[in-house]
Design a protein around this ligand. Structure first.
Ligand code: ATP
Length: 741
């Protein structure tokens, strides 16, 4: 496996000069023992410190200093101090014994006076942790048994059982698992911390989010109400608009019909009126009655004349009759004449009245009879009786003519009269018709007018409705986009609209800021919830890993413990030439922190298991809290190591140390004057054991013991020159023995 090939020191403690210690490569039989010899105070332990330091030691106490820069060469009266200390350890991994990618591992550490410190792995600056992991893989324990400093052996025995367990942990090779577990535990702690922070934040944010959500929900309700209102408004105004449009159409149609009617009637009335005018004009024009009247009057006059002629004729006849009577003797004839004469009186009387005109024909007839009678009397009296007077004949003729003409005129007048009467009737009819039509026209005009007024009113209503719609919709709304509702509008639509408008006003408005805050808070809460959930999951996973590791660690520990125990017993018997030694595990069931009363040991400080956080898993089972040692040298009865003599104690400690080394598979171990307290025979036995162990482990041994030196394949001598800086010499065994003596 891996072996220690070289150490380069430069400015580290007493090594002011750049110094290199080379180690021999392992052989088939041995991985080699290298001895470092030299006088007190020459700087041998500084080499051990350098190895401890480069492997990452942080305890200044272990490094025999106070501050980190104390490892830098401090200067002497003859040499100035240095500004930097550097140590590089070269491990050879050519056989690939350690599962890493490097053939050669150069671990370097550097510190400046400023206190600034660096770790370098194969030339690259790395974290201390990286080196720790690598070393754990290589099974190099930097603090416990791998580097055993002066006085540490005794302290190892006097250490508390819990501190002792730390050695075993490292020897059992469970450090990588422990490091892993510790890393997991640290992660777990961080996760728990983050989880706590997340939960605290969530606790703060959740009520805020709830309040914001309520506000936003209210807004969502507002939107819903607004949508409902919008739908209702569309229905409502759609219905009203279409209703109005229909009413307007009807009104327009009504107006159209009424107007058509009015126009038609007007035309008809105009026609009638024209007819009337014509009739009236006609009536005025033909006064045909007047000439007839005149004609008639002239006939009347002629009759008047005729009466006068008849009157004179009558007088004539009367005179003739009277004359005849005079001449005639009284006889029958005179009697006739007398009778005739008497008949004149009523005729004359009749002619004297205006009425006589109508009796004129009778009178003329009477006159004829009178004349006849007179004539007959004369004829009887005398044959030459006078003939009838011509005037009578003429009067008779005229009368006939006049009467005929009068009759005709009268007839014509009659006819004219009839015609006039008929015309009047037609006019009246026409006038009645005119009045009736005028009435209908007026009615039609009224209807047309009403319709026009109604239309105007509807137009006004449309304007009002449009304005109302603009108010209700909050913007101008094209009524053409409003669908005609197919169902009847609910009767309470108006009420519902008002109620929704009131609701919206009551909800109020939500500002942008709140919306944004809600969105942000929601995202933040969701993020935190996701994060805490992830954390819980990863914590769960970590706990599982920790539990599994704990089981592995436990198993490995017990296996190692078994081996160490066996070796311990064997080495104890070898070193003591018999006797009995035994390790026992101390277990505890409780979860309380152990080692509260452990004295502050210098040799084995801060053993990890004692102060690492415990898992829930740990608390559920018994845990190994420490290791107790029972040792009985041959021929003795005592068991407690505290009752052993100093030498016995050192031997027991060495037996245990060797047992641990033998089972640790550590590639190399540094022992700083571990053999100092041994007497000669024990030194021989120890040297034998060392040789035996060197088959598995490379040793760097700081010693004054010549038996140990004899087992070494290489020996370095360290001296301190006059300038106070350590100096390294490669030595032969004899020279070394001389130096030691
Ligand atoms: P011993 O055999 O007595 O144990 P040693 O060879 O182990 O002695 P160390 O203890 O290694 O001797 O050497 C200590 C020497 O190194 C001391 O002389 C000390 O003054 C010197 N030294 C320690 N630190 C520094 C430092 N920072 N600068 C200079 N010299 C130092």
């Amino acid at each position: 496996s891996m072996f220690l090939q070289r150490i380069d020191l430069n400015g580290f403690k007493s090594f002011a000069n750049a110094t290199t210690l080379e180690f021999l490569p392992p052989t088939h039989a041995s991985r080699g023992i290298t001895a470092i010899v030299g006088p007190n105070g020459s700087g041998k332990s500084c080499v051990v410190d350098a190895i401890r330091w480069v492997l990452g030691e942080q305890s200044m106490k272990l490094l025999r200093g106070k501050k980190s820069e104390d490892v830098i060469f401090a200067g002497t009266p003859k040499r100035p101090r240095l500004g930097v200390a550097e140590v590089t350890l070269i491990l050879n991994n050519e056989d690939g014994g350690v599962p890493i990618d490097f053939r050669e591992v150069a671990i370097g550490r550097r510190v400046y006076r400023s206190g600034e410190s660096e770790y370098i792995l194969n030339g690259t600056q790395v974290r201390r942790e990286d080196i720790q992991i690598l070393l754990a893989k290589a099974r190099v324990g930097q603090r416990t048994y791998s580097i055993i400093g002066q006085g540490m052996v005794d302290e190892f025995l006097l250490a508390t059982p819990a501190q002792r367990k730390g050695f075993f942990d490292e020897a059992a090779g469970i450090r990588p698992a422990e490091l892993k577990r510790d890393a997991a535990l640290r992660k777990l702690e961080r996760a728990a911390e983050n989880l706590h922070q997340g939960e605290v934040l969530l606790q703060e944010l959740t009520p805020r989010l709830r309040s914001l959500s309520r506000q936003v929900q209210r807004l969502a309700r507002k939107e819903e109400v607004e949508r409902e209102l919008q739908t209702l408004l569309e229905q409502y105004y759609g219905a009203r608009w279409h209703e109005l449009a229909a009413a307007m159409d009807a009104s327009r149609a009504k107006h159209g019909t009424a107007d058509q009617q009015r126009v038609a009637l007007q035309r008809s009335v105009d026609g009638v009126q024209q007819q009337l005018a014509e009739l009236e004009k006609q009536e005025k024009q033909d006064d045909a009655f007047l000439p007839l009247q005149r004609e008639y009057e002239s006939f009347m006059e002629q009759r008047q004349h005729l009466r006068e002629r008849v009157l004179s004729l009558t007088h004539e006849l009367q005179r003739r009759a009277a004359a005849s009577r005079e001449v005639l003797p009284a006889s029958a004839l005179t009697t006739d004449l007398d009778a005739a004469l008497r008949e004149f009186a009523p005729i004359l009387e009749a002619l004297g009245t205006l009425d006589s005109l109508t009796h004129l024909p009778t009178i003329i007839e009477k006159l004829h009879q009178l004349h006849e009678r007179i004539a007959s009397v004369r004829r009887r009296a005398s044959p030459d009786a006078p003939a009838a007077p011509p005037e009578l004949m003429e009067a008779e003729r005229d009368l006939k003519r006049i009467e005929g003409a009068t009759k005709e005129t009268q007839q014509r007048m009659q006819a004219l009269h009839e015609q006039e009467r008929q015309q009047k009737g037609a006019l009246f009819d026409l006038q009645r018709q005119y009045r009736a039509q005028q009435l209908t026209l007026n009615q039609a005009s009224g209807r047309a007018n009403d319709a026009r007024i109604e239309l105007a009113r509807l137009e006004q209503r449309r304007e009002d409705l449009l304005a109302e719609m603009t108010r209700a919709f909050g913007a101008q709304r094209d009524p053409a986009t409003l669908a005609k509702p197919d169902a009847a509008l609910p009767t309470d639509a108006r009420l519902r609209i008002e109620r929704l408008q009131r609701d919206i006003a009551a909800i109020g408005s939500l500002d942008e800021e709140t919306m944004r805050e809600h969105e942000e808070t929601k995202q933040r809460v969701e993020f935190l919830e996701g994060q805490t959930e992830d954390l819980r999951k990863s914590m769960h996973a970590l706990e599982r890993v920790i539990d599994e590791l704990a089981i592995d660690i436990d198993r490995a520990f017990h296996a190692a413990f078994q081996t160490i125990n066996e070796h311990f017993e064997r080495y104890f018997r070898i070193l003591f030439g018999g006797g009995q030694a035994k390790l026992t595990l101390l277990r505890e069931v409780t979860q309380e922190e152990p080692d509260e009363d452990v004295p502050e040991g210098d040799a084995i400080p801060d053993v990890p298991p004692a102060d690492r956080p415990r898992t829930a898993h740990d608390t559920r089972r018994t845990t190994v809290s420490g290791i107790d040692i029972a040792a009985t040298p041959p021929g003795k009865r005592i068991k407690s190591i505290s009752m052993l003599s100093g030498g016995e104690r050192a031997l027991t400690a060495i037996a245990l140390l060797c047992a641990i080394i033998s089972s640790s598979k550590s590639p190399f171990v540094v022992l700083d004057e571990v053999d100092a307290a041994l007497d000669e025979s024990n030194s021989v036995r120890f040297a034998e054991i060392l040789k035996d162990l060197s088959r598995e482990t490379q040793f760097l041994v700081v010693t004054h013991n010549r038996y140990s030196m004899e087992r070494a394949a290489a020996i370095y001598g360290i001296t301190m020159a006059g300038d106070g800086a350590s100096k390294l010499l490669s030595m032969k065994l004899e020279e070394a023995k001389e130096m030691a003596a």
